[in-house]
Design a binder for this molecule. Structure first.
Ligand code: FAD
Length: 332
């Protein structure tokens, strides 16, 4: 299918929300989308779908979008691929966005797949870097071959150019204090889907108990140095009100669950405090945590690479050092 690519303009960010609360990755994408829109001299547009979510559309403007398109109707709550997809298809047909960014969450992945196919669009999934080239084409990069290489992908002949992006890889956008006419920048669009046309009905929603370490302020991560004993990691995380995480070595051993793996083939975290205990500091691990504000490393080997990336280093056995830290925190 040949299309007139010049007809397509602007960078869109899909603001994923559930019960009126935005997924944090949506605000990260707005910050990155702002950069891409400025570089290509185009507008940044937030796409907000949901029920009674005009506040979110205004917040998207406050966080840097030039405009927000708002599809506000009960049919959009809770998320279902078919009403969202049909509404998106109609908007793309009418407005012709050049770039569409979507969070690489469960919902975002479902949505992106559902909308890319009918749009005949190129979709690069699970990106960790985004840029534009001299012609304004999206350069979407992601780990490939199990993390051994990075692939940079562009889609010259198709529009929109779409990407899902990992949570936590970009800084978030902050709402500005300025009294911009936020509401004026929100355009409520015609809702083209109706409940009776929906292909699915949600009977029940069950909240998964799978942890999400990407939002944690404090992360205590254990590696091969735990030697099967992760109690000190768990206890320190508990007293600090943080989350337990792991290197791949600790996950492969089955000591800590896979959802808690940090790194190239795990999650990307950016907590205020990251404690790496018994972790050597392999590049694949660093990739998932090197944007943490403060890194504390505990390792028996004074030459471990992790110390080069740590703000504070403690040379010692984690089974002795961590319980002492836990004790100190408890005494506070
Ligand atoms: P090791 O490298 O074995 O280090 C253990 C450290 O513990 C050592 O520095 C040792 O001195 C120290 N130690 C030992 N005993 C103690 C003790 N009692 N107290 C304190 N310190 C102690 N890794 C990830 O973490 N995340 C990823 O997402 C990831 N993706 C990968 C993708 C690919 C394609 C490949 C090839 C590899 C990937 N890896 C990943 C693996 C990575 O290369 C390393 O093998 C892994 O990070 C090592 O984990 P580790 O630091 O826990 O173990």
């Amino acid at each position: 299918m040949t299309i007139e690519t010049d007809d397509y303009r602007d960078v869109w960010v899909f603001v994923e929300q559930h019960d009126g609360t935005a997924a944090p990755v949506s605000w990260e994408l707005l910050a990155k989308g702002r950069e891409l829109a400025d570089e290509t001299d185009e507008s940044l547009v937030a796409l907000v779908m949901g029920d009674d979510v005009s506040d979110l559309a205004e917040e998207a403007v406050a966080r840097g979008a030039d405009r927000a398109l708002l599809a506000d109707d009960a049919v959009f709550e809770p998320y279902r691929a078919d009403p969202y997809g049909e509404q998106f298809r109609a908007l793309v047909e009418a407005r012709k966005p050049s770039i569409v960014l979507i969070g690489g969450t469960h919902t975002g992945r479902d949505f992106a797949g559902r909308v890319a196919v009918p749009a005949h669009a190129g979709l690069t999934a699970d990106c960790t870097e985004l840029a534009v080239d001299d012609e304004g084409l999206l350069l979407a990069s992601r780990p490939t071959f199990g993390g051994d290489a990075m692939a940079t992908i562009k889609c010259p002949a198709h529009r929109p150019q779409m990407a899902t992006v990992r949570a936590g890889v970009f800084d978030t956008s902050e709402p500005t204090e300025s009294d911009v006419e936020r509401a004026a920048a929100v355009e409520e669009v015609e809702v083209v889907v109706a409940e009776e046309d929906a292909l699915s009905t949600v009977l029940e929603r069950v909240v998964s108990d799978v942890v999400d370490i990407t939002d944690a302020d404090v992360v205590v991560a254990g590696g091969a140095g735990c030697e099967g004993e992760v109690g000190p990691i768990v206890e320190l995380a508990e007293v600090l009100g943080g989350e337990v995480a792991a290197s791949r070595a600790a996950v492969d051993e089955g000591w800590i669950e896979p959802a808690r793996q940090v790194g190239q083939t795990g999650k990307t975290v950016r907590p205020h405090l990251y404690i790496a205990a018994g972790i050597s500091g392999a590049v694949q691990h660093l990739e998932g945590m090197n944007d943490s504000d403060v890194v504390v490393a505990v390792n028996t080997d004074p030459n471990a690479a992790i110390f080069e990336h740590a703000d504070y280093g403690i040379v010692g056995d984690l089974h002795e050092v961590l319980p002492k830290l836990t004790e100190l925190v408890r005494e506070q």
